[in-house]
Design a protein around this ligand. Structure first.
Ligand code: ZN
Ligand code: ZN
Length: 279
């Protein structure tokens, strides 16, 4: 069994490489993590997707690259024994995803569950693409939020996911003309009950600050609800560039502690999960 991590060790459970839509190599991300004092980092490139959802293949690890992806991860992990570097994927939720996820993510130590896609495989759309906001224009932010939340509840009930990433990603364009007008509290309460009943962890993501959201994902009111319901959190940067690896993690610990959290959940290299003190 691994020795427990010192309190408030820097941990980043959400990072991307150039294999999906990030920029750095595994080696560059590992070096950046070590420079940031990181003890545990999880690589979570976007998993392989059905062709119709991403014909260009630019946001995912395409199937033909999966073996090389794993090999380059192993090489970087071996080159940095001072870092616990875990192999994972960020897995999109969509109709019929379960069999694909099982097949394409075989061997992963950590799976993030994410809702970025709303609608059927053939006719749905990404909700977080600044270059294509048609779904926001066509449906409006209130309806995007309602559909997002329904998809999220389904994803939360899927037992493939260790962590629900950026739980309120539908806040992505809240300061870019697509703020919801409905009261989100009833939707939040259903999300919290679902995470609680399914025994899910949720991610406290620092990416919202880099994306103009003006808050973490989840927003403070939602994080408070998760805390009151006893839902554990992990902390991740969702870094797509080496310089964003571990960005804001220590500040996120302070924020979570102020809400009331005393620990964050950390996946370890031996497959265990640790509750690391942050306060
Ligand atoms: Zn994501
Ligand atoms: Zn991500």
């Amino acid at each position: 069994m691994l020795a427990p991590l010192p309190a408030r060790s820097i941990v980043d459970t959400h990072t991307h490489t150039f294999f999906s839509d990030g920029v750095g190599t595994f080696e560059e991300n590992a070096s950046a993590a070590v420079a940031a004092g990181c003890r545990v980092m999880v690589s979570t490139d976007h998993l392989t997707l059905p062709h119709v959802m991403n014909p260009s293949g630019d946001v995912q690890v395409v199937e033909g690259d999966l073996a090389r992806h794993r090999a380059e991860f192993e090489a970087a992990a071996a080159a940095h024994p001072e870092l616990e570097y875990l192999y994972g994927f960020e897995c999109d939720w969509y109709d019929g995803c379960e069999e694909n996820i099982r097949r394409w993510s075989a061997g992963a130590q950590v799976r993030l569950g994410s809702v970025h896609w709303i609608g059927s495989q053939e006719e749905g759309a990404w909700i977080d693409d600044p270059s294509d906001q048609r779904i926001w224009q066509e449906l409006g932010p209130d309806e995007v939020w309602r559909r997002y939340q329904r998809a999220w509840l389904a994803a939360c009930q899927c037992d493939l996911f260790d962590i629900m990433a950026h739980p309120d990603l539908a806040q992505r364009f809240v300061n870019a003309g697509f703020a919801p007008t409905i009261d989100l509290a009833p939707l939040w309460d259903e999300m919290v009950a679902c995470a609680h009943d399914c025994g899910k962890r949720v991610e406290l993501s620092t990416a919202g600050w880099r994306k103009g959201v003006g808050d973490y994902y989840p927003a403070e009111g939602l994080l408070e609800r998760f805390f009151r319901a006893g839902v554990p959190i992990t902390v991740g940067s969702d870094g797509h560039y080496p310089q964003d690896i571990c960005d804001g993690i220590a500040r996120a610990y302070d924020h979570a502690a102020r809400i009331g959290y005393r620990t964050v959940d950390v996946p370890r290299a031996d497959g265990s999960w640790e509750q690391m003190p942050i306060a």
